[in-house]
Ligand binder design. Structure first.
Ligand code: G1P
Length: 293
């Protein structure tokens, strides 16, 4: 079995849910505490043992490339002023992983963005990680998915139970349990209407794919919203190869939703030794001042 060595991070989306800030700043660069959201995703890949990362970018996404590049001038200034701790933090970013970039020239959908990665990942299995889903779980979910791939050789999707009202924001999966927390996928529908949803199991933005996904993508016609949907390609793939799902419930933040983005900021701050006490104090004061107890 070929090991999974590469991660693909689609980052070409326009970020309309976070306008006006995303007019000039890529949504992937919005800060969670003091690191851009995309850095948490790269760190998660590295934690799961994957250090080759391909970011699919588009127009206006240059800041992502700058972030993972060296900034020699900044390093010199920090060095001269003796700010060693922050210098190390800055240097760690470009040493974190081998980060590569390819542009998706037209925003034709998530499936199309993944197809753009084919020359880079070639004939190897790989993971796809969506930056809107921020996992704060020490890469537990991704590691479980890689284990199922290693065991079965099949593609693996991340699955989370959501409410019937929420399912129309996601790909919805049908299948049968293989064992506790693992499903064999039988069908998948992109953004079904609540009354038509085949299940309440949502596909969340972590995927392990065999190279078979590229053939499936080539055959995928535009779907919901006129876009080439990754979900539709998965529907083709599961007719040909076994596709599995790993069910999880903890550690995910939907960075595409404003309130969840704020929650992620607070909880990531609370996980930091240097900020915990101050944030707890701030929360206590806020709760009191607003009479929320
Ligand atoms: C995308 C996928 C969808 C998946 C979701 C996970 O949708 O198309 O199948 O359930 O990510 O976050 P988007 O959120 O880009 O609309």
């Amino acid at each position: 079995m070929q090991p999974v060595r590469k991660a693909v991070l689609p980052a070409a989306g326009l970020g309309t849910r976070f306008l006006p800030v995303t007019k000039s700043i890529p949504k992937e660069m919005l800060p969670l505490v003091d690191k851009p959201a995309i850095q948490y995703v790269v760190e998660e890949a590295v934690q799961a043992g994957i250090s080759d990362v391909l970011v699919i970018t588009g127009r206006g996404k240059g800041a992502i490339e700058d972030h993972f590049d060296r900034n020699v001038e900044l390093e010199q200034v920090l060095e001269r002023s003796g700010k060693t701790a922050i210098l190390e933090e800055v240097q760690a970013t470009d040493r974190l992983a081998h980060v590569h970039f390819i542009r998706q020239h037209e925003a034709l959908g998530l499936g199309h963005a993944v197809a753009v990665a084919e020359p880079h990942v070639g004939g190897e299995p790989f993971v796809v990680m969506l930056g809107d889903d921020i996992m704060v779980d020490d890469a537990t979910l991704l590691t479980r998915m890689l284990d199922v791939h290693a065991e079965t050789g099949g593609s693996v999707l991340a699955l989370m139970e959501v409410t019937p009202e929420e399912i129309s924001a996601y790909g919805a999966l049908t299948g049968e349990p293989v064992r506790e927390g693992v499903m064999r996928a039988r069908g998948v529908v992109e953004k079904p209407k609540p009354e038509e949803a085949p299940s309440n199991l949502a596909v969340i933005g972590r995927y392990v794919f065999t190279p078979g996904i590229f053939d499936a993508l080539r055959e995928t016609e535009p779907g919901v919203g006129g876009e080439i949907q990754l979900t539709d390609a998965i529907g083709i793939l599961l007719e040909r190869e076994p596709v599995f799902g790993v069910v999880f419930s903890e550690g995910r933040y939907d960075a595409g939703k404003k309130v969840d983005f704020l929650r992620a900021n607070i909880e990531l701050g609370l996980a930091r030794d240097d900020l915990r006490d101050e944030i707890e104090q701030m929360l206590r004061t806020l709760v009191r001042a607003r009479g929320l107890t």
